[in-house]
Design a binder for this molecule. Structure first.
Ligand code: ITT
Length: 179
């Protein structure tokens, strides 16, 4: 089985990617390490900087992933700042800023370091809602997709439609042929 390291401190991301990768014959090996996350305007910039930082410190091939919640009435905030916002004001803070029912989307960018750098993107549209469900991680309980929050979904259900499942699907289709 082909193997690739996933550099992240988020165990929820690893669980999702592992489940997604299995049918592709790709084994995701968790590398529990941190890299400096630049506070820049796009997920792509965060990922390119992360790849540049990790390239000299970790053996290739490896992947990193940056994701975020983009709330429409907040002009895309917190977006690339989602990790900081989650750690500081959390779900309750976001609910004070954004009304229930407002449109939002999750975005994910996977960066792969293997014979150069390659980026894979995915997004999903939904609405902000009062917290429901105890599954998943981060903003999952307040992100509703067709009457169900991500927090109410199993990993398998979330993996059929989420932002990360889409970026992962493009990455895995590519990885299963070249890695
Ligand atoms: P690493 O940087 O170590 O990978 P992280 O949790 O800090 O882990 P990000 O920098 O990509 O991840 O920050 C994304 C934040 O956005 C994260 O803290 C979550 O709160 C939120 N987020 C991203 N994807 C999510 C998802 O699928 N479900 C819920 N929240 C998500």
């Amino acid at each position: 089985m082909n193997q690739i390291a996933f550099i992240t401190q988020n165990h929820g991301k690893v669980e999702e990617l592992r489940a997604k990768a299995k049918p592709f014959g790709v084994n995701i090996k968790h590398c529990d390490a941190a890299y400096p996350e630049l506070q820049v305007d796009t997920l792509e910039e965060v990922v390119r900087n992360a790849l540049a930082f990790c390239r000299s410190r970790f053996p290739s091939p490896f992947i990193v992933e940056d994701s975020g919640l983009f709330v429409e009435e907040l002009h895309g905030f917190p977006g690339p700042y989602s990790a900081y916002i989650y750690k500081t004001i959390g779900i309750e803070g976001v609910l004070k800023l954004a009304r229930t029912g407002t449109a939002a989307r999750f975005e994910s960018v996977i960066g792969c370091c293997s014979h150069g750098a390659k980026l894979f993107k995915g997004s999903v549209e939904g609405v902000i809602t009062q917290p429901r469900g105890h599954g998943g991680f981060g903003f999952d309980p307040i992100f509703e997709y067709e009457n169900q929050t991500f927090g109410e979904m199993t990993v398998e259900e979330k993996n059929t439609l989420s932002h990360r499942s889409k970026s992962a699907a493009s990455f895995l289709a590519w990885a299963s042929t070249v890695l």
